[in-house]
Write a protein that binds this ligand. Structure first.
Ligand code: PHE
Length: 354
């Protein structure tokens, strides 16, 4: 009786396994054979009623059926999955010849462009880009740059101080403050070669002065550094940024943290030195302050001025951007008008959004 039933189920199963059309049918079969009231499940519960001497054989036969089902189930399932995947691959192909969706790209701000140009140039000369801080202590902004309290050189720069318990702090007025940080942080007090670009703040406001503008500071510290190195570096840099024909002129000047100090002019790139409204008929445009780092500054920042010398220079990045891109009013740089920034798009980068 039981063997009959066993053979019946086996035959049914073999027949059913021949005719599975899809995954749904396969899953129906799983219920039919292995579900709670499934045919194989039923056989399984028969085992306990089988006389002992036949139990083993019967049990083995039921297990064989179960294995047969499971093996076929796995095979069919992976077959259907693969079939489905292939179908999807065929129907979901992408036509790469279709025109793409237009993307609206932004453009880099002219100050980003000019900053990157300066950084690239100095990095190629072995400098590292140093990030300074914008909120500075009186000590770092002035005192350690050789401008003690009450020094007249403060007048031009006494600008935006913080309030209450932070009144000893101000928005930095020059990137020269980065010199102090870089020297103090340099634990081995050895050679240094950095440029620090960043925002600075002063209480100025007209077509060529903004209360916020950008400078880049350069600092080189080493043994046997001389004014000749400074001159060579600045000449090279002015030519690279403003064009090889640029002439460079050094005039004696005064900065509290450098001695000797110079002001650097470049020949006017608009009139090539003949005289025009840009250079106010002088043929020259002032672009940089520079000098040899004052021994007091070296000493206050932990360097031995008998062993080390250095040179420093600082210039307004906005000024260079204005010259280079022909921007007549510095306030447009900070005006946040998208039409202004879009002019710095490269033509081939301009896409219309749909
Ligand atoms: N910090 C000076 C300024 O803002 C420029 C400068 C930098 C001068 C480094 C000498 C050395 O005008």
């Amino acid at each position: 009786m039981n063997n009959e039933k066993l053979n019946e189920v086996k035959e049914k199963l073999e027949r059913d396994l021949q005719n599975i059309e899809n995954e749904a049918v396969l899953n129906e079969l799983k219920v039919k054979y292995l579900g709670k009231k499934g045919l194989i499940t039923e056989l399984n519960s028969e085992i306990k009623n089988i006389p002992n001497e036949q139990k083993k054989l019967f049990g083995m036969a039921v297990n064989e059926l179960k294995d047969l089902f499971n093996k076929s189930y796995e095979e069919k399932l992976s077959f259907f999955k693969e079939e489905e995947l292939n179908k999807r691959i065929q129907t979901e192909t992408i036509d790469i010849t279709l025109p793409s969706k237009k993307v609206k790209r932004g453009s880099l701000h002219p100050m980003t462009l000019i900053t990157e140009e300066f950084e690239d140039l100095f990095v190629s000369m072995g400098y590292t880009v140093y990030e300074g801080v914008e909120i500075e202590s009186d000590e770092n902004c002035f005192q350690k740059l050789n401008v003690p309290k009450g020094h007249p050189a403060r007048d031009a720069q006494d600008s935006f101080y913080l309030k209450d318990e932070y009144e000893n702090f101000l928005l930095r007025t020059q990137t020269s403050t980065a010199q102090v940080h870089a020297m103090e942080e340099n634990a081995d007090k050895g050679p240094l070669r950095i440029v620090c670009p960043g925002k600075v703040y002063r209480k100025d406001e007209d077509a060529t002065h903004s209360h916020q503008f950008m400078q880049i500071e350069g600092l080189v510290i080493d043994k046997d550094v001389s004014m000749a190195d400074l001159k060579g570096t600045l000449e090279l840099f002015c030519k690279k940024i403003l064009g090889e024909k640029t002439k460079v002129r050094f005039r004696p000047s005064y900065f509290p943290f450098t001695e000797p100090s110079v002001e650097v002019d470049v020949s006017c790139f608009k009139c090539q030195g003949k005289g025009c409204n840009l250079c106010k008929q002088t043929g020259w445009i002032e672009v940089l302050g520079a000098g040899m780092v004052h021994p007091n500054v070296l000493e206050m920042c932990g360097y031995d001025p008998k062993k080390y010398q250095g040179f420093a220079f600082g210039t307004g990045l906005d000024r260079f951007a204005m010259f280079k891109y022909g921007i007549p009013d510095i306030r447009t740089i900070y005006g946040n008008d998208i039409r202004f920034i879009e002019q710095f798009n490269r033509k081939d980068d301009t896409y219309e959004a749909k």
